[in-house]
Design a protein around this ligand. Structure first.
Ligand SMILES: Nc1ncnc2c1ncn2[C@@H]1O[C@H](COP(=O)(O)OP(=O)(O)O)[C@@H](O)[C@H]1O
Ligand SMILES: [Mg+2]
Length: 337
């Protein structure tokens, strides 16, 4: 998705074509090779549930909609930005990409695929960052997204100007910068990036969605400034923080939201003996194993459904769940829960 072609393909993609649910008898009639292909197709299907409208996703969308309302400001007036700031595997990237995808589709539908000046219209740019990103690296990433050639030789200033050109000519209105925690705002390189981002926000008629882990602790909002100086940080005034919480299982509302998620995931899973309530019945155990982190849950279910298929058990029961090992953070926390 880090190029305009990849992003556009993601944004325009139709839902995955549904796979037939075969009965045990029908499965037994398959040849070995057909069976192998069917199982492989089921594994792919099971591992790719559609994005579910969780309470976290809905509330993040509502904040982003509010911030985007000022995106209608005239070009010379500053727009606000959104910062999706939370621990890993809570669905940050999913929230940002699904929101941006809707925006991309709506804008193309309304205004067409070409700008007034005849350029390709790209309402959204999606820029994932890597470790140790520098100012130059950031501009190169933006240019790489637009498929702009000759980005290796130019100076940092020139690259910045080219990036602004791309954004303007493609009439991009929303830029998602993912994995911003790779920027160290306390370090000079990081402060350069942060200043540059402020500069871009001033120069271009775009709204930024910043996504990362523990950005508040990493001093993103106060731009790495200390003490009294931190009060002068503009980022804090211009950006709206969107936290993403894990699911909790102790309040009524929390338990309802967790059940809703499990029901949606359970409906998606293609196993011969899956049945309504298969996951719901294990809601407490699933919460204990994952601490309500959606990414740990989908990971656990991928592996459980793999084991259910390969062992022939064809359902997710407590025995299958106990066979699964998941990510280190979830395993360590579950042991002490
Ligand atoms: N709304 C959702 N519906 C279904 N699965 C989700 C959703 N949000 C996250 N996931 C699952 O959790 C995994 C981690 O989500 P991701 O958005 O990459 O988290 P983060 O960016 O916070 O690390 C995804 O790969 C996906 O399997
Ligand atoms: Mg992410």
């Amino acid at each position: 998705m880090a190029t305009k072609q990849g992003w556009d393909a993601f944004a325009q993609s139709a839902p995955r074509p549904a796979l037939d649910q075969l009965s045990r008898t029908e499965m037994h009639r398959l040849t070995d090779e057909e069976r192998e292909d069917y199982d492989e197709a089921r594994l792919v299907w099971n591992a790719n549930p559609p994005a579910i409208k969780t309470a976290q996703l809905n509330s993040a969308f509502s904040v982003m909609d509010q911030v985007m309302a000022s995106n209608r400001r005239d070009g010379d007036r500053l727009r606000g930005s959104v910062v999706i700031d939370a621990a890993p595997a809570l669905g940050k990237t999913t929230i940002a990409t699904r929101f941006a995808r809707e925006f991309h589709r709506k804008t193309l539908r309304r205004f067409g695929a070409t700008t007034g000046a005849g350029h390709q219209r790209l309402p959204v740019a999606f820029i994932p960052l890597d470790a140790g990103v520098t100012l130059k690296g950031l501009n190169q990433k933006i240019l790489a997204f637009y498929g702009h050639p000759g980005t290796n030789r130019a100076t940092t200033a020139r690259l910045g100007a080219l990036a602004v050109d791309c954004v303007r000519s493609c009439e991009t209105q929303l830029i998602v910068l993912d994995d911003l925690h790779f920027v160290d705002f306390k370090h000079r390189n990081g402060r350069e990036v942060s200043n540059h981002l402020k500069g871009l926000a001033n120069e271009m008629p775009v709204t930024f969605i910043y996504v990362g882990v523990r950005l508040a602790e990493k001093r993103f909002f106060d731009e790495g400034l200390l003490g009294e100086d931190a009060a002068y940080a503009q980022t804090s005034r211009r950006s709206t923080r969107v936290p993403v919480a894990p699911f909790n299982h102790t309040t009524d509302a929390g338990a309802r939201a967790w059940s809703h998620l499990l029901t949606k995931l359970e409906e998606h899973l293609l196993l011969v003996d899956s049945e309504p309530g298969m996951l719901m019945r294990q809601a407490a155990e699933l919460h204990r194993r994952t601490q309500g982190h959606i990414g740990s849950l989908t990971n656990l279910l991928d592996r459980a459904s793999y084991l259910a298929i390969t062992t022939g058990v064809e359902t997710i029961n407590p025995e299958i769940l106990s066979m699964v090992t998941i990510d280190n953070a979830a395993e360590t926390s579950a042991r002490t829960a």
